[in-house]
Design a protein around this ligand. Structure first.
Ligand code: HEM
Length: 491
């Protein structure tokens, strides 16, 4: 019997959009932009098909029409390569990694990295993922119930641990790994400041303390991870590829590109590994922190997920790779969280020719910013766009307009780690929610901001206690699926 009261409709926080009447001034915009660009958006931007923003020396196009999104990221992706802005902000750390390269260089890297993230590759690293989740649960068990918990810090820890174990077979509890992890945090903070300056065409060195720290941290991380990779590379070569780590680095060292008959060099491996660490933990940590924040406000739903979890697998010692895919209700909750809080809230591209977006010419060299944050909250594309409603996925609302939902991007440059991220997220959500209950802090409201990822500026603080009862509900089967009406409004 399910005794929990019905959850109330929930609109999680987001920066109030500006109104037309709000005065626009460069200083005001810069001030708000320093907090985050989503703070500079007007209500009208969540309603129109295209925003064109004049910045010093260039125009920035932000398409909202799903058709334009699909064009920029999908069919015409070669005409909209990745912007130098992001590349430059990340270069001291990532070098020439798959995340920022374009053209043939990117194509080769993608061909070579795909196998590590295909189903077989994920199956291989699944036990390493489980080890990290087990350790996470143990950390939560040690947390005193009377103290509120920083859920964002916990999620950063577990996702960073998963990445270190699955890529390099190194748990984050190793002192060295922990230090690198703090350097990453520092690098990201400085990189996002450098990015804001670059968007305003200002040189990065005008704030020298940020500039020097940004360069130094990038170098430090590369040196430490470089040493680990060099050792592994030597061992791999000495043993003629017969090592048995079962991690992603091993796959990347062994792969040979069919077209160019080349392998990754040592420097290329460092670029890719550092990039995977950055792309693979911050994003997942962001999505998971928001998920637990929302679940703290939806106790009935959290109970349903707990019930689904115990129904699906007995324990982390016996859970199988494919069982995780059966957690349908948890998957919809995660998807809906990614709609409201897409961890990568914008993708920076550049127009490489005279390109049309919503019947407007985007001249060569224009910045094009495609934003799941804006499109996934668009007033004409979604019913009650700011309300958390996971049942919209079962109802097919998200499939109504191809190009309206894309937290992992879409097209050829779609996130290589999307399946990896879903696997770890479902594992983490389902194993935590069956053991613990969360409720909102009375003194704390998160403040979402889009930096490199979408995080809460003041963290995510929750109350947590041991779950006493698993409600007897049938999980996903009990959820009413609303009838789907209408078609994509912009098509
Ligand atoms: C919830 C978690 C995640 C989200 C929302 C996410 C989102 C994204 C998005 C939106 C992009 C495209 C960015 C752009 O085009 O500018 C991307 C690219 C990428 N992601 Fe993820 N990601 C997640 C987790 C991961 C994980 C776990 C990994 C690896 C372990 C990963 C590796 C990558 C890589 C390598 C790329 C570059 C792909 C390319 O350009 O070919 N991501 N991700």
């Amino acid at each position: 019997m399910d005794e929990l009261p019905q959850d109330k409709p929930f609109k999680p926080p987001y920066p109030t959009p500006l109104k037309k009447s709000d005065k626009r001034s460069w200083f005001n915009l810069y001030k708000r932009g320093r907090k985050s660009w989503i703070h500079t958006m007007y209500e009208g931007s969540y309603r129109n098909k295209l925003s064109v923003i004049k910045l010093p020396g260039f125009k920035l196009f932000m398409p909202k029409r799903p058709e334009d999104v699909s064009k920029v990221l999908g069919g015409d992706y070669k005409d909209f390569p990745k912007s130098e802005l992001v590349h430059n902000a990340l270069k001291p750390l990532l070098g020439e990694s798959i995340f920022t390269t374009n053209g043939e260089k990117w194509e080769r890297q993608r061909r070579m990295m795909d196998p590590a993230f295909a189903n077989a590759g994920l199956k291989k690293v699944f036990p390493l993922m489980l080890d990290a989740v087990r350790d996470q649960l143990e950390r939560l068990r040690q947390h005193p119930e009377e103290e509120e918990i920083r859920m964002d810090a916990e999620m950063t820890h577990v996702t960073a641990d998963i990445i270190m174990r699955t890529i390099l077979s190194k748990p984050i509890k190793d002192r060295e790994a922990l230090e690198v992890f703090h350097w990453f945090e520092d690098f990201q903070e400085k990189a996002s400041r450098v990015n804001v300056l670059a968007a305003f065409k200002l040189p990065s060195w005008i704030i020298p303390w940020d500039y020097l720290r940004w360069k130094k941290r990038g170098k430090q991380i590369r040196e430490v991870l470089g040493e680990v990779i060099r050792e592994r590379y030597k061992e791999f070569t000495d043993k003629e590829g017969e090592t048995e780590y079962g991690d992603i680095l091993e796959v990347l060292m062994g792969v040979e590109d069919e077209e160019t008959q080349t392998k990754f060099s040592e420097v290329e491996l460092i670029d890719q590994v550092v990039m995977l660490f950055l792309a693979g933990h911050e994003t997942s940590a962001s999505a998971l922190s928001w998920t637990f924040y929302i679940l703290a406000h939806q106790p009935k739903l959290a109970g349903q997920l707990a019930a689904e979890s115990v129904k699906t697998f007995e324990s982390l010692d016996t859970v199988g790779f494919t069982q995780v895919h059966k957690l349908k209700r948890a998957r919809d909750v995660f998807r809906e969280t990614l709609r409201l809080y897409p961890p990568v809230a914008f993708f920076a591209r550049v127009s490489s020719g005279e390109k049309k977006l919503s019947n407007r010419e985007a001249p060569k060299g224009s910045a094009v910013m495609v934003s799941p944050w804006m499109v996934q909250r668009h007033r004409d594309l979604w019913e009650e766009p700011d309300t958390f409603k996971p049942e919209r996925f079962a109802a097919g609302e998200a499939r109504k307009c191809p190009g309206a939902y894309f937290p992992f991007s879409l097209g050829p440059r779609v996130c290589i780690g999307a399946a990896f991220a879903q696997q770890e997220a479902l594992l983490i959500i389902s194993s935590i929610v069956r053991e613990f209950e969360f409720s909102p802090s009375e003194t704390h409201e998160p403040d979402p901001a889009s930096r490199i990822t979408l995080r809460s500026l003041n963290g995510i603080l929750l109350k947590m206690k041991k779950r006493e009862v698993i409600p007897e509900v049938a999980g996903s089967e009990e959820v009413p699926v609303p009838e789907q009406t209408g078609k994509c409004p912009f098509s």
